[in-house]
Design a protein around this ligand. Structure first.
Ligand code: ADE
Ligand code: ZN
Length: 315
């Protein structure tokens, strides 16, 4: 890894905790919980990490998450991620978790939350890494299910800073979740949403106007709509961009076609993030390194990207 990338203090603003489940830990948790896996070993599982689109990835990601059963499992998952943050000089993180992925398997909401939150609190005390946790709704499920999840979360209201929206984007526009986001805002929660990863610029407009989001997760397709670009620049709405994810999920064919530096130079508040690092081949610093190697990102641009991440924190 480039020392000058590690030396930059950074915030990570787009990270799915379930997507930080490395194959080694996945196998260890399967053994601990006596779960049979369809892969013979870690190498066979890694070999399955080849995707043509977001949905192919999500199918494997939800399957992988099935090994997470106990409070200790969620603690271990989160702690392993925080150790990566420490090694990479990520000083603040605002991770997502998907409660419905677990409650739909009959894992109680509080089991998931307690494990994650305890690790984050310990990370703050022992590693000096600050955090703000984001509860993300699965958009392929009905809005009614998101309302149920929000209700389950409310006794733990102080554990979160925001709600988000993730999973299968195409065919599940932000408008589907307008009411539950309004309810979350009325409880004092901030809002973010995945938009413009695979979905059209229209979904970004909806996320801004209907969900009143503070940040756009991904948002790379904003570049197809000049009026939207102007708004994002004028209002300095941050984009949490995930370069390695975009290549692995074929949003761009090749890193040399990625638009993040073009956006940066136009004055968009873009940030660099890892999304699902265990599945996409790297954490934040590997994402920075890929921008250097493939797009010629300069040190000065890296500094601006890192500063953007610190400026775009919600907490
Ligand atoms: N869940 C985990 N990673 C995701 C991504 N990149 N897009 C949508 N949902 C996700
Ligand atoms: Zn994501």
């Amino acid at each position: 890894m480039y020392d000058w990338i590690t030396a930059l203090p950074k915030a990570e603003l787009h990270l799915h905790l379930e997507g930080s489940l490395e194959p080694e830990l996945l196998f260890a948790l399967a053994e601990r919980n006596k779960i049979a896996l369809p892969w013979n070993d870690v190498e066979a599982l890694r070999g399955a990490y080849a995707f043509n689109n977001l949905q192919e990835f999500l199918d494997l990601y939800y399957q992988g998450a099935d090994v997470l059963r106990s409070e200790q499992d969620f603690y271990d998952l989160t702690w392993a991620y925080l150790l990566k943050c420490q090694a990479q000089n990520v000083v603040h993180t605002e991770p997502f978790f998907d409660p419905q992925t677990h409650t739909d398997r009959c894992i109680p909401f509080e089991v998931v939350l307690r494990g994650i939150k305890q690790a984050l609190v310990d990370g703050e005390k022992q590693l000096g890494i600050t955090h703000g946790l984001i509860l993300s709704f699965l958009r392929h499920l009905p809005e009614e299910a998101a309302f149920d999840t929000l209700k389950q979360a409310m006794p733990f209201r102080d554990a979160f800073i925001a709600v988000g929206l993730d999973s299968s984007e195409q065919g599940h526009p932000p408008s589907k979740f307008q009411r539950v986001f309004a309810k979350a805002r009325s409880e004092g929660l901030l809002t973010v949403a995945h938009a413009g990863e695979e979905g059209p610029p229209e979904y970004i407009w909806q996320a801004l106007d209907l969900l009143k989001i503070e940040r756009i997760d991904h948002g790379v397709r904003a570049i197809e709509d000049e009026r939207l670009m102007q708004r994002i620049i004028d209002e300095q709405i941050p984009l949490t961009v995930c370069p390695l994810s975009n290549i692995k999920l074929r949003v761009f064919d090749d890193m040399r076609q990625h638009n993040i530096l073009q956006m940066l130079e136009r004055g968009v508040k873009v940030t660099v993030n890892s999304d699902d690092p265990a599945y996409f081949g790297g954490y934040v610093n590997e994402n920075f390194a890929a921008l250097h190697d493939s797009l010629g990102m300069t040190r000065e641009q890296a500094q601006r990207l890192a500063q953007n991440s610190l400026d775009a924190r919600l907490s």
